[in-house]
Design a protein around this ligand. Sequence first.
Ligand code: NAD
Length: 500
Amino acid sequence: MSTRVIPHWINNSPQHDPHNSTSPVWNPATGEMQAEVVLATGSVVDDAVRSAAEAFALWSEESLAARTKVMFAFREIINSRAGQLAEIISDEHGKVLSDAAGEVQRGLEVVEFACSLPTLTKGAYSDQVSGGVDSYTFRQPLGVCAGITPFNFPAMVPMWMFPVAIACGNTFVLKPSERDPSASVLLAEWFAEAGLPPGVLNVVHGDKVAVDALLDHDDVAAVSFVGSTPIAQYVHGRATVNRKRVQALGGAKNHAVVLPDADMQFAAEQLAAAAFGSAGERCMAISAAVAVGAEADRLMEQVDAQARSITVGSGRDASSEMGPIVTPESRDRIVGLIDSGEAQGAEIRVDGRGLVVPGYENGFFVGPTVIDRVDTSMDVYTNEIFGPVLSVVRVDDVGAAIDLINSNPYGNGTAVFTNSGAAARRFVRGVHVGMVGVNVPVPVPMAFHSFGGWKDSLFGEHHVHGPEGVEFYTRAKVVTQRWPESGMPGDASFDMPTAR
Ligand code: NAD
């Protein structure tokens, strides 16, 4: 039987290009290659951008009511078929079905946010700024926007971008991760079914070749990127030089600080869920626990117990709490970093290396791993492991914990566990991090707030979705107008205009 090939989606139809090379799409639980995805050449990207540019002329002129109607219809389709989307995510990414359903729900909430765009894009009007003169500001779409997205949220991260961009009147070319590309194509099909005209949302698959073609294309006005920090920095630099508006969200090393006055059982349960949920392949996963003061040993015993109790298996098995790693290369990288922690003198308290899941012997599994007595020079601390590995650093007090976090180059998310309002307030105000949780380990903002980190976790000014997403995908125009009545005295002057 020939291998299934996942096509591009251009102008509301699937595009197969027999001349393109392909990349494998694994089933990470079974270790089998379940499909191949085509990798776009520059000319395929050009087709998609041209289709989007042509569609922009019509879509940007559609009424707010017409755009919103399509958005509501799209919302209904996703809502009624969420289970189908979650299954595709689980099969290509590996995450457990309930976690995939949570990802779909979080993406759906951005679509719901985008349904309220008419309210969010209302402008401002000042009457009589000068005699007979009024002034108003309104926002207009940018044109063709591009999105480049990572493997770890194959539906949610694209939905952080394209619903907001499209509701604002832009058209969109999405380049999803080549590791789990099917969710994007399905969403584009559903959007077309909801009434989205051809060319408004296009999906091109690919690697660096496709990304560079988007970054260099004269007709792309803005680029949204989410992925690892080196690529985020590269995308930001190249697209900025090409005079595009850019938001590029990068990687993370998220610390959770547990103060001695915290409820240790609660903190241990939350830490384990935040470190090992989705096999640690979340940009908001807690990858570094900071155990403060004399209660550290008690905390660690409870964290170990939690880590050992997690059921690892296929994402499709309802009893699984954690699935496999996305590719064999990622699995090997994670195991190599655990090896380095051991070699550099850290204490491996719970070891997930070599885990074999019965019935899934060829799957890409790594079990929950807890590494204690990590210091900031070790590779397990300096690298974003992006796997089910919790590194534990011990410090004496909350001030040292804040200093540790602020010395780290990343600034995506962080959390503090405490029963002290004063300590929590000091922490919240003192950390140089974009998203902070108080007794909440994964503080992912709701769709009506904006999501984004600081420092090496974001290149560019704008966070995604929420009010900053609307700002990113539109630009302001300020109009100063008067309608002279007959007989009005002229005020033409060679001086700088001032109000009268
Ligand atoms: P990645 O950087 O490898 O890939 C992201 C995208 O960039 C993909 O579409 C990929 O095809 C493309 N790409 C890869 N190499 C490229 C190159 N050399 N030139 C141009 N494009 C290239 O990231 P990933 O492994 O898919 O995802 C995991 C990373 O994403 C982690 O670092 C994680 O922290 C980060 N992430 C960040 C956020 C956030 O909100 N800050 C959210 C999700 C994931």
